[in-house]
Design a protein around this ligand. Structure first.
Ligand SMILES: Nc1ncnc2c1ncn2[C@@H]1O[C@H](COP(=O)(O)OP(=O)(O)OP(=O)(O)O)[C@@H](O)[C@H]1O
Ligand SMILES: [Mg+2]
Length: 312
């Protein structure tokens, strides 16, 4: 069994980004893009990839289809240093998902085919493998349709096996923020919503109130504030991190990169402000390149950024 720091259960797919399309997409016309990028997408995979690049030993479980897109996504994740030996490749009518992103000057269109991410189920998970790590993480709570009824049980099992745990729900596409999430939170050590998600889950418009309510329910609450930085709270202790000045070109994956930075330090036993500062740094780095993993894949860029900005 691999000697792992963190195991992750999540979705794995690619982002296809087409740049320079006209603002209006006329039917029946051949519309030409200026540039194309195919990059590792999906919150969970971006998180796992960047956590491994930071130097944690990461194992990833997912269900993908037996198709070329799934193979490329798997390759990309493995290239980052993630152990993908437990990813299940299932042939059938449902293929690996794909997100097509069309960035335009004033807005983006984001088109997603969820594919196998809606079908991953409890039986796809190797629990012995998951509990072989010190820490367990799950992202994109609302996208795991088939797994969702058993996510509380999954977290409970991880706690019974004495792992620490973390959760980043990301957005709920249905905007319902279901009651089952409350059941999961009792087994979560580090909860990492962004500001909007924190308010939605706490069912209040007021961020301070949301922080107060959520901090009572998890050991460590971390709230990501986009270009305003982030805050973390453990009991009555609260620390904040001001945003780093960067030339941000793409916010995609900043939240997942932040999670990777924070948890990389957390599993090493660092104090709260060190975890937060490291997350803030990783989130800022992510925004400097398109997509969620490119800034980490470019080793020169990644090493320079941390050397210049991280004062341990
Ligand atoms: N423009 C920026 N400048 C500096 N740091 C940034 C910027 N945008 C994001 N960050 C860093 O990245 C972190 C995460 O970003 P954000 O709040 O957008 O997360 P998120 O909404 O969960 O993102 P995601 O879309 O990846 O789920 C921020 O808390 C901050 O530390
Ligand atoms: Mg997020």
């Amino acid at each position: 069994m691999a000697d792992l720091d963190v195991t992750v259960v999540g979705e794995l797919n690619l982002d296809l980004i087409l740049y320079g399309l006209p603002e209006q997409l006329d039917p029946e016309r051949e519309l030409l893009a200026e540039r194309l990028a195919l990059t590792l997408g999906s919150s969970s995979a971006i998180f796992a990839h960047n956590l491994a690049v930071l130097g944690s030993r990461v194992g990833f479980i997912s269900r993908i289809g037996d198709d070329p897109l799934g193979r490329i996504a798997l390759e990309r994740l493995a290239e980052g240093g993630v152990d993908v030996s437990r990813v299940r490749r299932v042939s059938g009518a449902t293929t690996t998902g794909l997100t097509v992103i069309l960035p335009r000057p004033r807005f983006r269109n984001i088109l997603t085919y969820p594919g196998t991410m809606f079908e991953m189920c409890f039986e796809d998970l190797d629990l012995k493998y998951l509990t072989s790590a010190r820490h367990f993480h799950l992202s994109s709570f609302f996208l795991h349709r088939a797994l969702r009824p058993r996510i509380p049980e999954l977290f409970r099992r991880m706690k019974e096996a004495r792992l620490t745990t973390s959760l980043d729900t990301n957005d709920d596409p249905e905007d319902r923020w279901g009651e089952d999430l409350n059941e999961v939170l009792q087994y979560v050590d580090v909860f990492l919503p962004n500001e909007r998600e924190a308010r939605k889950i706490a069912r209040t418009e007021d961020l301070r109130e949301a922080v107060r309510l959520l901090a009572e329910r998890v050991r460590v609450l971390v709230v990501k504030l986009g270009p305003l930085g982030a805050l973390a709270r453990r009991g009555k202790e609260e620390v904040t991190a001001a945003p780093l000045a960067v030339e941000a070109v793409d916010p995609v994956g900043a939240g997942d990169s932040f999670d990777a930075g924070f948890l990389h330090q957390f599993v090493r036993g660092a104090d709260l402000s060190t975890c937060l500062a490291y997350g803030n740094l990783a989130g800022a780095l992510s925004t400097t390149c398109p997509g969620g993993t490119e800034a980490f894949r470019d080793r020169g860029h990644f090493l320079r950024f941390f050397r210049e900005r991280w004062k341990a």
